[in-house]
Design a protein around this ligand. Structure first.
Ligand SMILES: Nc1ncnc2c1ncn2[C@@H]1O[C@H](COP(=O)(O)OP(=O)(O)O)[C@@H](O)[C@H]1O
Ligand SMILES: [Mg+2]
Length: 283
C-alpha cells in the first residue's frame, strides 16, 4: 500500500474517533446528567429582596462526554456545579443522575475546585487517600489502585512529600487524584487550572485528556478560557449574564486524540475560538 493511503487510513481512524474513547458520545447515548429547568435564588445582604442567580437552566450530559461551561463572571457557573454535586439544593426544577434526582453528594460524582484543599500536615499520598478513607473504601482496594494512579499523575516520587513542597500544578494533580481514586462516574471541575501559569495549564490539559480518554469518565468543566474549552471539549455550553441560563450549546468536532500542536494549527480550532468569542461578546 502506498504510504499516502496508509496515512489517510490513520487520519480517518483519528477523525472517526475509533479506539480513542470507549463510549459512544453521540446523540444515541442516554443522558447521564440532566438539569431540568433548574433555578436558584439567594438572599441579598442586609435583608434586601432575594435575587435570582440561576433561572430555567436546562442541559443534558451524556455518559463519557467532556462538556465545558463558559459564561461571564457571576453568572452562576459555580453555583450550578455545586447543585450538580448535590452540595447546594435547587429552588426550582431538578437535576438527575441517571433516573435519580440529586439531593445530596453521591460517590458517583466528584468535584475538583480551583485551589486544592489538601491538609498541610498530611503527605500527598495521605491526602489522596483521605477522600477514600472518608468514604470507607476498603483499604486493600485503595492500595491496589494508588500506585497506577500516582504514576498516571506523575506523582509517584512525591507521595511522601508535603503539599507545600509541591508546585501549584502538582497540587492540582493531587486534587484530581483524590477524586479519581474514588472512581466516580462524573468529575465536576470548577476552574481547576485557573490559578496556574499558561504552560502548566497546557500540560495539565493534555494529561486530563489522556486520563479521560482511557476511562469512561464524564467531565463537566467550568472554565474562563475559551481556548481551554475548545481544546478539551466535545461540547461547550455558554451561559448568559445573571440570572444564568444556558444560551448556546456548541459541538466541537475536532478529531481525537488531540495534541496541542496539531489542534492549534487546525483552522477549525481558530474558527471555534472565534465563534465562541463572538457568542461571549468578547468581540
Ligand atoms: N452562598 C451564596 N449566598 C449568596 N449569594 C451567593 C452565594 N453563592 C453565590 N452567590 C451569588 O450568586 C451569583 C453567582 O455566583 P457564582 O455561582 O459564584 O458565579 P460564577 O461562578 O459564574 O462566577 C453571584 O452574584 C454570587 O455573588
Ligand atoms: Mg465561579
Amino acid at each position: 500500500m502506498a504510504m499516502v493511503d496508509k496515512l489517510r487510513i490513520v487520519e480517518r481512524a483519528v477523525a472517526t474517533g475509533a479506539a480513542v474513547h470507549p463510549l459512544p458520545r453521540d446523540g444515541a447515548a442516554p443522558a447521564l446528567i440532566a438539569v431540568e429547568q433548574a433555578g436558584k435564588r439567594f438572599a441579598a445582604r442586609g435583608g434586601a429582596q432575594a435575587f435570582s442567580a440561576l433561572e430555567d437552566v436546562s442541559m443534558q450530559i451524556r455518559q463519557g462526554e467532556f462538556v465545558s461551561i463558559l459564561g461571564p463572571s457571576g453568572c452562576g457557573k459555580s453555583t450550578l456545579l455545586r447543585m450538580v454535586a448535590g452540595l447546594v439544593p435547587c429552588d426550582d426544577g431538578r437535576i438527575l443522575l441517571g433516573a435519580e434526582p440529586i439531593g445530596a453528594p453521591v460517590p458517583d460524582i466528584g468535584v475538583v475546585f480551583q485551589t486544592s484543599n489538601m491538609l498541610p500536615w498530611l503527605t500527598v499520598g495521605a491526602n489522596i487517600r483521605l477522600g477514600a478513607k472518608l468514604r470507607n473504601l476498603p483499604r486493600a482496594q485503595v492500595e491496589e489502585r494508588l500506585p497506577a494512579l500516582l504514576e498516571t499523575l506523575g506523582l509517584t516520587a512525591f507521595a511522601d512529600r508535603y503539599p507545600h513542597e509541591l508546585s501549584g500544578g502538582m497540587r492540582q494533580r493531587a486534587a484530581i487524584g483524590q477524586i479519581l481514586l474514588l472512581q466516580p462516574r462524573v468529575m465536576l471541575m470548577d476552574e481547576p487550572f485557573g490559578a496556574l501559569d499558561a504552560l502548566t495549564r497546557d500540560r495539565l490539559n493534555v494529561e486530563l485528556l489522556r486520563i479521560w480518554q482511557q476511562s469512561t469518565l464524564t467531565v463537566l468543566l467550568v472554565t474562563h478560557s475559551i481556548h481551554e474549552a475548545v481544546f478539551l471539549s466535545d461540547r461547550v455550553l455558554v451561559m448568559s449574564e445573571r440570572p444564568g441560563r444556558v444560551i448556546h450549546d456548541v459541538r466541537i468536532d475536532l478529531p481525537r486524540p488531540r495534541q496541542p500542536d496539531q489542534v492549534k494549527s487546525d483552522p477549525a480550532y481558530g474558527e471555534y475560538v472565534a465563534h465562541l468569542s463572538r457568542l461571549m461578546g468578547v468581540f
